[in-house]
Write a protein that binds this ligand. Structure first.
Ligand SMILES: Nc1nc2c(c(=O)[nH]1)N[C@H]1C(S)=C(S)[C@@H](COP(=O)(O)OP(=O)(O)OC[C@H]3O[C@@H](n4cnc5c(N)ncnc54)[C@H](O)[C@@H]3O)O[C@H]1N2
Ligand code: MOO
Length: 426
């Protein structure tokens, strides 16, 4: 299995049991990134912090919910069918007595019902009578009283473990008296942006490029279930790489570090050398896919993961989907998202030996490759509904092709999850 595979120190090839082999396929790389990490431990958070998180311990009703019988209306607590003598609010009622009560108020002992304000008439001399136009049944026992335990009995599970918490879950936990809940911890993801030619504002001069990652990568990390753990910029030197990868940043260390650029194997690219010098385990070096083939996945001796994304912007985003999405899903205890089979709207030529990840648009339930999708381009991805994983043998128009949503398109563009595609034949 790939999980047992490793690289030679010279990075010349992927070896399994001493035998050189080709770079893993796109599907193998996704699977390896998913299998290499387990769920992070849970953490206790305040209710306000818990929305959008996955609950790891059930929330139970510690006592009856509501815990006292309360009035559902503004009016009077009554004992009997009337008329009644008004008495002090809150005191036990004798037969024929009534007292003022507000919605949500504690129903006094021996009250048989609550009479709505619009159904009764209180006279100046302290008597209460039923109005002639009151609805039938207004004085029946239990009327307009919310009994204790109506919503849940003490001990009942209100929110099971595994629930993705929405605002209503949080309100439910609050009314049940909880201040904190146990949730799945999100992986903290730090970003190291490399390249002395990369500038962060304005129009770049010839030989410079404007940073495509800094302004958006943290948002994508959040959409993939991670917690952004800070960004750092370095140049291209080996020393800078060593410092950025080796140093545990102040405060909470990241669970994952994502780097951009420097994944090439030229003398100018130091990512691999730094990884090896730090004693890291290269879990994956190169993927048989395009773009993004130089992507790397490594594990540091202290258990932190490093994802090396290529510098070309589209290549980096496709490599992030291939490695980052599965890794963060595994750490967040979420399933690996399956591709959906869609019908290709176009013929796509073979590209022997590698999967092509092509941003695509959905038109009348057909998937069409987007245009302007060179490895360094962003225009195609910007308008895409997802990306196709085109197999090495290509795909004919009208034939099925696996398609995955992008983190920012998932909720709206892929309603039909039937025919989910779990893996690519190795
Ligand atoms: N001799 C070979 N050269 C290259 C190969 C190869 O196989 N043999 N592969 C090409 C492919 S494919 C890719 S992808 C890149 C990988 O490059 P690196 O990861 O080493 O990245 P850099 O060389 O640092 O940068 C590549 C490209 O991306 C631009 N870049 C870098 N950072 C940013 C950023 N933050 N925002 C926007 N653009 C960025 C950088 O300026 C370069 O233009 O290698 C190919 N070469
Ligand atoms: O990974 Mo490179 O961008 O194929 O182009």
């Amino acid at each position: 299995m790939l999980a047992q595979a490793s690289f030679t120190d010279s990075h010349e090839g992927f070896v399994v049991s001493g035998e050189p082999r080709h770079a893993p396929s796109w599907a193998e790389a996704r699977e390896l990134a998913y299998q290499c990490a387990g769920p992070l431990p849970s953490s206790k958070v305040t209710l306000g912090e818990a929305i959008g998180r996955t609950l790891t311990s059930p929330v139970t009703a510690q006592r009856n919910l509501p815990h006292y019988a309360s009035s559902a209306m503004d009016g009077w607590a009554i004992n009997g069918s009337g008329p009644w003598i008004l008495t002090t609010a809150g005191l036990p009622l004798s037969p024929g007595e009534a007292s003022v009560i507000a919605t949500g108020g504690l129903v006094p002992t021996a009250a048989s019902a609550v009479l709505r304000k619009e159904s009764g008439h209180a006279s100046a001399d302290g008597h209460l009578s039923l109005r002639h136009d009151a609805k039938p049944g207004e004085t029946l026992p239990g009327r307009h009283i919310r009994p204790a335990g109506e919503e849940a009995a003490a001990g009942e599970v209100l929110i099971p473990a595994g629930t993705l918490l929405n605002p209503a879950h949080i309100a439910l936990a609050a009314v049940a008296g909880h201040d904190h809940v146990q949730v799945q911890r999100k992986p903290r993801v730090a970003v190291v942006l490399t390249g002395s030619e990369v500038v962060t504002s304005g129009e770049p001069a010839p030989g410079q490029v404007r940073d495509a990652f800094g302004p958006q990568l943290d948002a994508v990390i959040s959409q993939l279930g991670g917690e952004p753990g800070g960004q750092r910029r370095i140049g291209d030197s080996y020393e800078e790489w060593m410092a950025a990868l080796g140093r545990v940043p102040d405060g909470v260390p990241p669970d994952v570090t994502i780097t951009t650029g420097g994944t090439g194997k030229s003398g100018a690219d130091h990512f691999r050398d730094a990884i090896v010098a730090l004693g890291d385990r290269l879990l994956l070096d190169e993927i048989a896919m395009r773009p993004g083939h130089p992507a790397v996945l490594a594990e540091l001796p202290d258990g932190r993961f490093v994802i090396g994304l290529p510098g070309n912007p589209l290549a980096a985003m496709m490599a992030l989907m291939t490695l980052g999405e599965p890794l963060l899903a595994a750490m967040g205890s979420r399933p690996l998202r399956a591709a959906v089979l869609m019908t290709s709207g176009a013929d796509i030529d073979p590209d022997p030996g590698r999967t092509r990840l092509m941003p695509c648009t959905r038109i009348h339930d057909l998937a069409f490759p987007a245009s302007r999708t060179g490895p360094g381009m962003m225009r195609g991805l910007a308008w895409a509904d997802g990306y196709m994983a085109v197999p090495p043998e290509g795909v004919a128009a009208g034939a099925p092709v696996p398609v995955l949503p992008l983190p920012w398109t998932a909720p709206i563009n892929f309603p039909d999850q039937s025919g989910g595609y779990a893996g690519w034949p190795a």
